[in-house]
Design a protein around this ligand. Structure first.
Ligand code: F6P
Length: 545
């Protein structure tokens, strides 16, 4: 294996790619497609139930060969093995990274430090399923004897974004006679609005926090406790209306939650990789244990594909390598994620944490500052809505933004229009048209040939040559959601390995938390805090009035 965490510039393939981009970087997507009538199928792969068309990336088969060589030279295969064997590849936190164990089938084993972690995982899954069933069947009763109808997940970051994304994505499969809410922000409005119309007697709070120390979550959990006790009148109600998902049993107990109603996980599950752990309890309550297990099976399928498929057929590895190509060799700095599926409306927000908290790093594992760009900015919105807001910039702006389009062949809500085509035909026509418009654009000659006034022609020229992937799946079901999330997880991992960074720590979020704590006394009662800068002092004074 390569020495871990060195500069990717040490890989011979890096120099070859630098030369290669000088050779082909000026060739446009129009020219690539004109030169090869089969390009649309030649640069496409299928695996784990997903189809990836990357023909509209600014690459040739040689580019892909060189990127795969880079993956080999950076030891990607060994890194996958190291992850799966429980090595502490999260170096700066000295932790194993074993989210793949969360979705290994019952009966398989993964021994880490003499412990079968898969058996532990399934013990928790069984506990979750028994609890979810009892709530869904009405056997679990609140303090006053009423069945639970409302679930409020309290968490932030990975303890919120995964659960809320999965709930929205799988709403079609969820219990429609129950209400699911998600509270994350320390802004009191988030909690107040989430409970404004709920009956405390029928409400269960799921306090989700890996550490059980996160300021926002603990503040919201305490507010929820006061809200519930004010309405239910007794401390005893906590046991019936609060459960916890955490790795910190002591903190859970001191909050007053019976640890029998605590669903555990382990330090080898990163927050942004935890939606398939007990952090998914609210998802399981919404869609039921069967659907949750189907989602886990989809994750596992993609894990196996990522671990075993040759790079050229490997969807997540190819996506990761194409991001490296765009970021480091074509100089792009952001990626738009554009799902043409309304149920995936929170998917871009989920991916923001997954991608940016993982790969937004400037220091390598060897402790040196990086000498290449690392993680791009990820963002997006579902289509077709985005088309009527920010697509203008993607088409004609001065910045090239590679895009990931996603669509599903079968709609979950088929809606025939008065005349054919129906809603879904129109949706898919749009997604396919957008990637083509971005790739091929429209020349001045083509615009002029439409009779456009000469002075308007430049404004109507579409530059084209803007790269995109298109991912196609059959239908958005739990299994496919698992595959899709794992697709991005392994793509993120691939990029991190190429760049030599730790994709599993998040030290960059700490300083702001510490400073917020430090300045709080000044805001609350004017206590002088030594060493503050003049802007902070002035803003605090303005707040206090
Ligand atoms: O602040 C970042 C972070 O640590 C994330 O990585 C994590 O998902 C989130 O906070 C929430 O942490 P916890 O689950 O421990 O409350």
């Amino acid at each position: 294996m390569t020495e871990r965490g060195t500069s990717p510039r040490t890989a011979p393939a890096w120099d070859l790619l630098t030369q290669h981009v000088a050779d082909i970087g000026g060739t446009t997507l129009r020219e690539f497609f004109a030169a090869d009538g089969d390009r649309g199928t030649a640069l496409a792969v299928e695996g784990s139930g997903l189809y990836l068309d990357y023909s509209k990336q600014r690459v040739t088969a040689d580019t892909v060969d060189l990127l795969c060589q880079l993956a080999d030279e950076r030891g990607l295969r060994d890194y996958f093995a190291a992850m799966a064997s429980g090595e502490h590849i999260n170096v700066t936190e000295n932790r194993a990274v074993l989210h793949v164990a969360l979705r290994m089938p019952k009966g398989t084993a993964l021994m880490v430090d003499g412990v079968d972690v898969v058996a532990q995982v399934h013990e928790v899954l069984d506990h979750m399923a028994a609890f979810a069933d009892s709530v869904r069947e009405g056997a679990w009763r609140g303090h006053t004897g009423k069945a639970i109808k409302n679930i409020v997940n309290i968490g932030i970051g990975g303890s919120d974004l995964g659960p809320v994304m999965a709930y929205e994505a799988l709403k079609h499969y969820s219990r429609r006679d129950m209400t699911f809410r998600f509270v994350s922000n320390v802004d009191g409005t988030d909690f107040a609005e989430a409970v404004v119309d709920l009956d405390a007697e029928e409400t269960l709070f799921v306090v989700s926090s890996k550490t059980f120390t996160t300021q926002e979550t603990m503040t919201n959990a305490h507010s929820a406790r006061s809200w519930a006790l004010a309405r239910l009148g007794s401390e005893d109600a906590v046991a019936k209306h609060f459960v916890a998902v955490s790795t910190n049993a002591n903190a859970v107990a001191s909050f007053g939650i019976d640890t029998a109603n605590m669903f555990g996980f382990w330090d080898w599950v990163g927050g942004r990789y935890s939606m398939d752990s007990a952090i998914g309890l609210s998802t399981m309550l919404a869609v039921g244990p069967g659907n949750f297990h189907a989602m886990l099976a989809g994750f596992h399928e993609m894990d196996e594909h990522a671990r075993t498929a040759p790079w050229r057929q490997n969807l997540p590895v190819l996506m990761g390598l194409l991001n490296v190509w765009n970021r480091n060799f074509l100089g792009t700095s952001s990626v738009a994620v554009l799902p043409y599926e309304q149920y995936l409306k929170r998917f871009p927000a989920y991916l923001q944490q997954l991608t940016m908290e993982s790969n937004g790093k400037s220091v390598r594992l060897d402790g040196q500052l990086v000498d290449t760009e690392t993680g791009a900015v990820f963002w997006g919105e579902p289509g077709t809505n985005g088309q009527h807001s920010f697509y203008q910039l993607i088409h004609q702006g001065t910045t090239v933004i590679p895009s990931d389009f996603l669509f599903f062949r079968t709609p979950l809500n088929p809606l025939p229009a008065a005349d054919a085509p129906d809603h879904h035909d129109l949706l898919i026509a749009n997604v396919i048209a957008q990637s083509a418009a971005l790739a091929f654009g429209k020349t001045a000659e083509e615009v002029a040939a439409e009779g456009v006034a000469p002075e308007i022609v430049p404004a109507k020229v579409m530059p084209g040559n803007r790269p995109s992937n298109t991912v196609v799946a059959e239908v958005l079901d739990p299994r496919t959601l698992g595959r899709l999330v794992a697709l991005y997880e392994h793509s993120v991992f691939t990029q991190g390995v190429i760049w030599g960074i730790d994709s599993f720590d998040q030290w960059g979020v700490e300083l702001g938390k510490i400073m917020a704590k430090r300045v709080t006394p000044l805001l609350v009662d004017g206590t002088e805090v030594p060493g503050l800068d003049s802007s902070t002092i002035a803003l605090a004074a303005r707040y206090r009035g």
